[in-house]
Write a protein that binds this ligand. Structure first.
Ligand SMILES: CC(C)(COP(=O)(O)OP(=O)(O)OC[C@H]1O[C@@H](n2cnc3c(N)ncnc32)[C@H](O)[C@@H]1OP(=O)(O)O)[C@@H](O)C(=O)NCCC(=O)NCCS
Length: 205
């Protein structure tokens, strides 16, 4: 179920498919804490509950295997805008991570020393893509985007969009926040976790 996506010196990205058998989801859910079960319970659709449980269970398993403790002992805290990180109480080495989920795929990026951000999107028609590009892309990027033939635009849109999201996730801020990150501070890599998906992983230089 785990798909290796990227492995370099200090950056690892793995992907998971989330629409697994009920027994698999149940087993993954075993290591979630009460707050995580509460979060799952608040999701209206069964599919969304399943995907959240699978992603969080996989995150706990991956972190636990790297640190060498049981998945249920992983203790997460959250930044002001929701970025999860390992609590300083967690035994073992510090580990940076970032998680992204789109439809039935999740990716987890890990780095022992550098702040990391990852974002993926399932390629799908997005009627509002041109409007979002006009709002969020830089002027040179908008020009490149506008000059593409329509068939090339969607892929280009998702590549740029996941890059913006990955950088803001590395910083722990939302896209709408006032911080204007300098992308030259990051090493940026395009990833393809599965056919039909595009994404970007970034690490702080
Ligand atoms: C927080 C945010 C970065 C998540 O991105 P997303 O594409 O919706 O969802 P993803 O699956 O890629 O990422 C979700 C994961 O990111 C992590 N996360 C949540 N908040 C985060 C933050 N502030 N920084 C970094 N990571 C964050 C969590 O691990 C979360 O997983 P979980 O839901 O299983 O706990 C995104 O919702 C965002 O940018 N919000 C701000 C909205 C905004 O300002 N919009 C204006 C658009 S111009």
């Amino acid at each position: 179920m785990m798909i290796p996506v990227l492995e370099s010196d200090d950056l690892e990205v793995v992907a998971f498919t989330l629409d697994a058998e009920p027994e698999v989801i149940h087993a993954l859910g075993d290591c979630l804490n009460e707050a995580e079960w509460q979060r799952a319970a608040e999701l209206r659709l069964e599919r969304d509950r399943r995907r959240f449980i699978a992603t969080r269970g996989q995150l706990r398993h991956v972190l636990a295997s790297r640190i060498g403790i049981p998945p249920s002992k992983i203790d997460l805290e959250y930044g002001r805008l929701g970025k999860p990180f390992l609590s300083p109480r967690t035994p073992g080495r510090a580990l940076h991570f970032s998680v992204s989920r789109s439809e039935d795929v999740a990716v987890i990026a890990l780095s022992a020393t550098r702040e990391v951000g990852v974002d993926i999107e399932a390629l799908r028609p997005l009627p509002e893509a041109d409007d979002i590009a006009a709002l969020c892309f830089s002027a040179p990027e908008q020009e490149l985007y506008r000059n593409l033939v329509p068939e090339e635009r969607l892929l280009a849109f998702f590549r740029s969009w996941t890059r913006l999201e990955a950088v803001s996730k590395a910083l722990g801020c939302g896209l709408g926040s006032e911080i204007n990150p300098d992308e030259r501070d990051f090493t940026i890599t395009a990833i393809a976790p599965k056919p039909g998906y595009v994404g970007t992983v970034v690490v702080r230089n």
